[in-house]
Design a protein around this ligand. Structure first.
Ligand SMILES: [Zn+2]
Length: 93
């Protein structure tokens, strides 16, 4: 799917339509010692069942990709509607 690199959208901060620059959302780096990771590690060490069920049936093939709109006036970022597509390309219009 193709998505424009710049769009004119409503900015709630400016309360008017402004030109927005579009980037795609990328997942941040995972912290090495997050609480949930430490908890899983602790549980894996001892007896008992595996802490989390391993998910085998993947019903959804495509991941959701979310465009982020950044207002060119105030610089505030907003999320646009996300799509479940194989590839979301940014393109000039
Ligand atoms: Zn704005």
């Amino acid at each position: 799917m193709k998505y424009p690199r710049t769009t004119k959208r409503y900015c709630p901060n400016c309360r008017s339509h402004q030109i927005h620059n579009v980037t795609l959302y990328k997942q941040g780096k995972r912290r090495a010692l997050s609480w949930s990771d430490r908890q899983v590690e602790r549980k894996k060490r001892g007896y008992g069942s595996f802490p989390k069920e391993i998910f085998h049936k993947n019903a959804k093939i495509n991941k959701k990709s979310t465009p982020i709109l950044e207002c060119s006036e105030c610089g505030k970022k907003q999320y646009a509607k996300s799509y479940r597509v194989k590839r979301l390309e940014l393109q000039e219009v």
